[in-house]
Design a protein around this ligand. Sequence first.
Ligand SMILES: NC(=O)c1ccc[n+]([C@@H]2O[C@H](COP(=O)([O-])OP(=O)(O)OC[C@H]3O[C@@H](n4cnc5c(N)ncnc54)[C@H](O)[C@@H]3O)[C@@H](O)[C@H]2O)c1
Length: 257
Amino acid sequence: MGDLENRVVIVTGGARGIGLGIAEAVAEQGARVVVADILEDEAEESAKKLGNGHLAVKHDVRKAESAKNLVETTLEKFGRIDVLVNNAGVGPNPTPIQDLTEEEYDRVLDINLRGVFLTTRAVVPHLIKQQSGRIINIASIVGQTGFAMIVPYAASKFAVIGVTQCLAHELAPYGITANNVCPGIVETALHSRVVEQFSAMQGQTVEEGWDFFRNRIPLHRFQTPRDLGEMVAFLASDRAKNITGATFNVDGGWEMH
Ligand SMILES: NC(=O)c1ccc[n+]([C@@H]2O[C@H](COP(=O)([O-])OP(=O)(O)OC[C@H]3O[C@@H](n4cnc5c(N)ncnc54)[C@H](O)[C@@H]3O)[C@@H](O)[C@H]2O)c1
């Protein structure tokens, strides 16, 4: 029997990349997964690939109405929600601060930060009713130490870590924990675009761009979506019942605090 037998786990941005790695890891532990993603077809495909008994829901984390629908659809199908993984996110378009537009700033903050607020706000009343639950937010190593030319992205991830700490305090009386997981460098669509843009700005090949990132990692290898999934599966389980407000790096040693 798995650690998460019959627990209902919502994974935003679960259609691909890290979110899919999380969905696979928790499903293997017996969870019933709700793949909640703006990419409807990909979400359906991914939920099917997980096996029987999972659900895909079209969800746009920027919209309060969408969060309400996600909760209602999940409750109709499964009758409960045990874990919310706020994973949906977008990468930055690396830009010097003097050229950064309000549109780019708002685009990133809207999804990466406001999105966490809106989905969490919709789910929490049900966790409070149950007097149990887990909120797991996918932040980033640049939510702890800044990096040139990605102000909106770093701002969103620093803020998510703060939000999680507030939730940990606020929801502890109801038996609800809240923790952060910070991926290092994962070869997903999101990070591939960032590497392409960075290397073009620096007159490097894309391969040299990837090498730049790899060389900064003490373990000298990138992380996989599944690496993140394993940490999330642990935090969602009873084995992590005494952990809240914490931030875990899964990054090959990039950050060490
Ligand atoms: N890849 C990395 O190296 C890396 C590093 C640190 C943190 N992260 C974080 O991990 C998370 C997942 O990123 P990834 O690398 O798997 O990216 P990805 O682009 O592969 O996947 C992101 C998923 O989020 C979904 N999404 C985007 N906007 C959405 C919206 N408005 N509503 C609902 N879903 C939406 C996408 O459709 C996609 O399925 C993000 O929060 C990202 O910031 C990634």
